[in-house]
Design a protein. Structure first.
Length: 77
């Protein structure tokens, strides 16, 4: 959606509410330049994590490791 600054001023709150509800940005033309009004989503900590390739080899091999020979059990007090 693109509109003039005058049209934005006339319907400012309804336009801002529509942008927040739909997530669709609005372009406003002012002095021959375009400005964009869009919601800024706050990303969670999990969304900001970057993927790191730290497993060398096939990750499925880790799932099938037999640790039963290493298990000592819980020491009783």
């Amino acid at each position: 959606m693109s509109l003039s600054a005058t049209k934005l001023r006339q319907n400012l709150y309804s336009i801002l509410d529509r942008v927040l509800e739909t997530g669709v940005p609005v372009q406003v033309e002012r002095n021959g330049r375009l400005l964009i009004i869009e919601p800024q989503e706050k990303r969670s900590k999990w969304d900001r994590l970057e993927e790191h390739d730290i497993v060398k080899g096939d990750p499925e091999d880790i799932v099938h490791v037999d640790w039963s020979g290493e298990w000592k059990g819980v020491a009783e007090s």
